[in-house]
Design a protein around this ligand. Sequence first.
Ligand code: MLT
Length: 263
Amino acid sequence: MPYAEIDGARLHVRQRGAGEVALFIHGFPLDSSMWLAQLESLSDVRRCIAVDLRGFGRSCPVDGSPLTMEQHASDLAGVLDIVSVEQADIVGLSMGGYVALALAEMYPDRIRTLALVDTKSEGDSELARKGRDATAARLLEDGRTALAEGMQEALLAPQASLGAKARVRTMIEGCAYETIVGALAGLRDRPDRTHVLETIAAPSAVLVGEDDTVTPPADAGRMAAALPDCTLTVIPNAGHMAPIEHPTAVNAALRELWARAAD
Ligand code: MLT
């Protein structure tokens, strides 16, 4: 199933492994290839599925209208329907974490475990909302290369490998203008979902790079404290892209979460 047709959209789906499904949700403005090291390593214990969200990666193009977290969550519930599973181990990075929390609110029964990686539960501050609009305006002036340069620095720890830098940059440079604009509006207007955390009875894990400046360890600590059955893992020498920067540590934490859920 390299593609899934859902609600008028054609979504690109990567799959590795067999058995219980783990669903990986990428960040902004990235795509499912950010999870390659997880799909490669964890396919011995899970059917790992990573979807390019609507407009991203190899999924269908979009027209620049707001891409909401709720739309993405509903698309992913559609993917779970297509693969005929009720529940999955959900793993979301940053924007993917915002989508995971929308999924947890809208479809609580579909969460077997939840891993929130380099993300937060709060919505945008007034300043951050203005920043989204400024980024969209700058994109028109300066194009994606400038966005990629700026974001690469923000997303990765300074000591990240050249390979990690190249991968992040390539994903951003490959993201369509309409997708970036639509996603910025969706991010800007997303609601605060802090209240959802205490409702998540499923085992959960919060992972954060110790050098993450976008969603710093303090955000992660607050989420972990609010989640009823949660562990917190701070990943040394990683920034906001821990699954790319330190896949071994991220994969170990996911294995631990999934093992905990089986106890
Ligand atoms: C991401 O990595 O998905 C973005 O940094 C999220 C955001 O800008 O809020």
